[in-house]
Ligand binder design. Sequence first.
Ligand SMILES: Nc1nc2c(ncn2[C@@H]2O[C@H](COP(=O)(O)OP(=O)(O)OP(=O)(O)O)[C@@H](O)[C@H]2O)c(=O)[nH]1
Ligand SMILES: [Mg+2]
Length: 452
Amino acid sequence: MLLGASRSRSECVSTGISDDGATIFALATPPGVGGIAVLRVSGPGADEALSRLTQRALPAPRQATLRRLRDAEGALLDEALVLRFAADASFTGEPVVEFHCHGGRAVVARLLDVLGGMAGLRPAEAGEFTRRAVLNGRLDLAEVEALGDLISAETERQRQLAAAGFGGALHRRAEAWRDRLLDILARVEITIDWADEEVPSDLDAELAQELDALAGEFDRELSASHGLERLREGFTVAILGAPNCGKSSFINYLAGREAAIASPHPGTTRDVIELRYDLRGLPVTFLDMAGLRETQDPVERIGVDRAVARGSAADLRLHFSAPDVADIALPGTLWREGDIGVRTKADLGAGSGDHAISVVTGEGIRPLLDAIHDRLSGRIPCDGVTSHARQRAALAAAREALCRARKQLSSGEPELIAEDLRGTLTELGRMVGRVGVEDMLDRVFSRFCVGK
Ligand SMILES: Nc1nc2c(ncn2[C@@H]2O[C@H](COP(=O)(O)OP(=O)(O)OP(=O)(O)O)[C@@H](O)[C@H]2O)c(=O)[nH]1
Ligand SMILES: [Mg+2]
């Protein structure tokens, strides 16, 4: 299944939010025409904006109520469902009002215009609703990251990963580790208080065992995080081979359209053509590139260099060869363990080997996609909840502090051990975004769009 185009970068760039306590508003649904559009208002003036637009008493919180919306002169703007949320039960932690109006461009534009004309209201910046939710303690950074993932998830496996994160999977794991560490820390601190008195001789061995167990769990989580990050970001599969071996024809077959020019002329493809594809729940970008060969043509040369670079960086390579095209000697680094060799043009009769395919008859393509799916899904760990580099960096720092504490055990300096255990706890707090939140806000919110 093909995937749609992602939002343009310009729509998603955060401009640096001033937390000025203003009441903010934005369209929360995608721009364009739809049955319904949702406008969201958050801040101290949200209720006032609602009563001015409806010129009626406020509805009870959390009760969808049909209301006519009017401008200051009383002219009818639209009839909409309105919803109020009190500060202690809203997404942002502030009074929130939603207008579920008709989803036409002029309706939305006029409503935004009227809201913008009210004193104390201003348009929201990218990610500002979610940012307020963090600042008001409604979400931690890990939940924000998962929320961003949930909104941008394009395939089922990505959605499952994001939903687990938003459901607090990382939070729960970090809490469980924190509980164990706090227990260990308490026992170490007791030995500080005992000073020169007799310390139970088996305490060191017991602590060593528990710290080792924790370090092992941190290690497993760290290694799982790489696979989960690939799932979150999407896999790339590069198609490599000599000119004319059918790379572009394969991409076109998957796309069901002429995504790339395919022709009997060797050296047709120069640029890298990306096809985003939902491979049974896995997000995969197939790369069709220039055929690999020695060439004097400077433009083709650039294409070949790009193909080698992108091919090396891809998660998986499909090495195409065709019965009517001479095989090429690949740079050794381009063949990696797990790569798949594919014989194309099986309809010409000379196809053989595990993966013989034909875009003319469709032969072999399903089994090839099955094999790609198996290879990639084999890289996704079944266990693990960390999928962002930021979370991984904090966990790696936690692991380092934990290992320092473990090394100190034999030196018998409980103050130093306690300090490193506290460092481990701080890093775990950073991992879920309870510590150092301010420093991370801009980075995390740079992925968010207006209305989130
Ligand atoms: N009979 C047959 N012909 C094929 C098949 N796949 C591709 N071809 C033909 O092979 C020729 C080359 O195909 P392309 O898809 O352009 O090959 P390419 O590998 O992209 O070539 P470059 O872009 O030059 O590197 C075209 O004439 C295709 O129609 C196939 O499965 N069967
Ligand atoms: Mg091509």
